[in-house]
Write a protein of this length. Structure first.
Length: 130
């Protein structure tokens, strides 16, 4: 899912109190990020949906919010996963589940950048087999 106004490196500079993300972090009303699309082709054919996002200030990066709010997860198993430097999943999955209002949301998993692609693939396969 791509924000209509993509984030530049400067936008993402969380050390700069005046950067785009910092302003969005400080003011929740700025976190309603328009996306180029929130629809997925053949959405109804999927029983399991993985939703991945980076952790920003302990929660899911908010550009994912409108994707979650605008889709119907009824009858689907939803598996969140996150990338982060040091944080855990925290409440990120629960918050997204509340936005979605539907679907069976599993706990999911946080990955550090040191994670191998093989491990990530194995984890995804084991979640689908559950
Ligand atoms: C605005 C912003 C806030 C972040 N906050 C956190 C945080 O609270 N905890 C953490 O472990 N990592 C944090 N990070 C690091 C990102 O989670 C990390 O860069 C990302 O998961 C790696 O994915 P990427 O390569 O797409 O950036 C933050 C990064 C940005 C840009």
């Amino acid at each position: 899912m791509i924000p209509t106004q993509i984030y530049s490196n400067e936008d993402l500079d969380w050390r700069d109190h005046d950067s785009r993300v910092s302003r969005e972090h400080d003011n929740e009303s700025l976190r309603n990020i328009p996306l180029t699309t929130t629809t997925v082709e053949n959405w109804n054919s999927y029983k399991t949906v993985f939703i991945g996002y980076p952790i920003w200030w302990g929660i899911a990066a908010w550009p994912i919010d409108n994707f979650v709010k605008n889709n119907n997860f009824s009858g689907k198993t939803v598996i969140p996963f996150a990338t982060a430097i040091s944080s855990d999943m925290g409440d990120s999955g629960k918050i997204l589940r509340d936005y979605a209002k539907s679907g069976k949301w599993l706990k999911g998993k946080r990955f550090y950048s040191s994670e191998s692609v093989e491990n990530a693939k194995d984890w995804a396969a084991s979640e689908v087999r559950r």
